[in-house]
Design a protein around this ligand. Structure first.
Ligand code: ADP
Ligand code: MG
Length: 277
């Protein structure tokens, strides 16, 4: 489906970029008696080019932590550093893909992807060529003139990925991007994403509450505790790459999956109990 083999990585992307350092980050929403601590003192380092999944029960602070890396939320304490610079706001070095497709519905697929490069003051021809390159990468070049509502969920999400990559980010942040897709499309999207990542060599931070998805995709799975969230486990996944869905029956996969599942189950139970007391 994807023509990633034909894709040439743009010369403009810098090698070795995309290191993320989260240093003593806590994030509290609200003040006084209504204050809610969503992320508790968290430290982590993600190396340039790594594929890391953040796994945790619903409401544990995954999106909040990802939003802090994106620059949409500022830490209450600590700092997020990307390639040596403290993050204070969103920037083109960090591309974001949300669960909801977040495309501009009144613009065509092509215009949606060309939008970022255009905002970066590229000429119409430059931004057009970038849009075509990335639409081709996600296998949707023929659909440039369609509107988002005319595409399936999986296709819209591929446009979302093309749009995020069109700014040549060194970090791609993904918040449950396949959560709204049916199981078959989801598997296909996971394989496609790994192909794109291999070609593009960007750092990926992928948030999910799905253990199988995390183990299949990641070099490392960072597991968050129930609220207030912090990283309680850092699990290295030793499955070879390129990965394929038949690896799900291998010992390494089964072992990693069970390990993550046991922690997630315990954390989900804690979250459930704390909501009911
Ligand atoms: P997750 O993505 O793991 O499901 P979130 O990061 O979305 O969790 O949320 C963590 C907690 O922070 C939740 O209790 C949520 O209600 C709260 N929260 C998230 N964003 C805000 C906000 N902007 N204002 C107040 N509370 C928020
Ligand atoms: Mg979330």
């Amino acid at each position: 489906m994807l023509d990633v083999l034909k894709f040439k990585k743009p010369e403009t992307t810098e090698k070795g970029k995309g290191q993320i350092d989260v240093e003593g980050v806590s994030i509290t929403f609200g003040k006084g008696p209504d204050a809610h601590r969503a992320v508790d003192t968290t430290d982590l380092t993600i190396k340039a080019g790594e594929f890391v999944c953040i796994l945790g029960p619903s409401g544990c602070g995954k999106s909040t932590l990802l939003n802090a890396i994106a620059g949409y939320v500022n830490p209450t304490e600590g700092a997020v550093i990307v390639d040596g610079t403290e993050v204070t706001k969103p920037g083109p070095d960090r591309g974001m893909v949300f669960q909801q497709y977040s495309l501009l519905p009144w613009k065509t697929v092509y215009e949606n992807v060309a939008f970022g490069p255009k905002m970066a003051r590229q000429t119409r021809i430059e931004s057009g060529s970038v849009a075509n390159t990335f639409l081709e990468l996600v296998g949707l070049k023929k659909f440039g003139n369609r509107y988002p509502a005319e595409l399936s969920g999986g296709m819209q999400q591929r446009v979302g990925i093309a749009r995020a990559l069109a700014n040549y980010p060194s970090v791609l942040l993904m918040d449950e991007p396949f959560g709204a897709l049916d199981a078959q499309t989801r598997l296909m999207m996971q394989e496609s994403l790994l192909d794109i990542w291999r070609k593009f060599e960007t750092t990926v931070v992928f948030v999910t509450h799905d253990v199988d998805e995390a183990v299949f995709l990641a070099d490392r799975v960072l597991i968050m505790s129930a609220a207030p969230g912090k990283i309680i486990e850092d699990v290295t996944i030793n499955l070879p790459r390129p990965r394929s869905t038949d690896m799900a029956s291998t010992d390494e996969y089964v072992k990693s999956r069970q390990f993550c599942l046991d922690i997630i189950k315990a954390e989900s139970r804690k979250a459930f109990e704390s909501q009911n007391t």
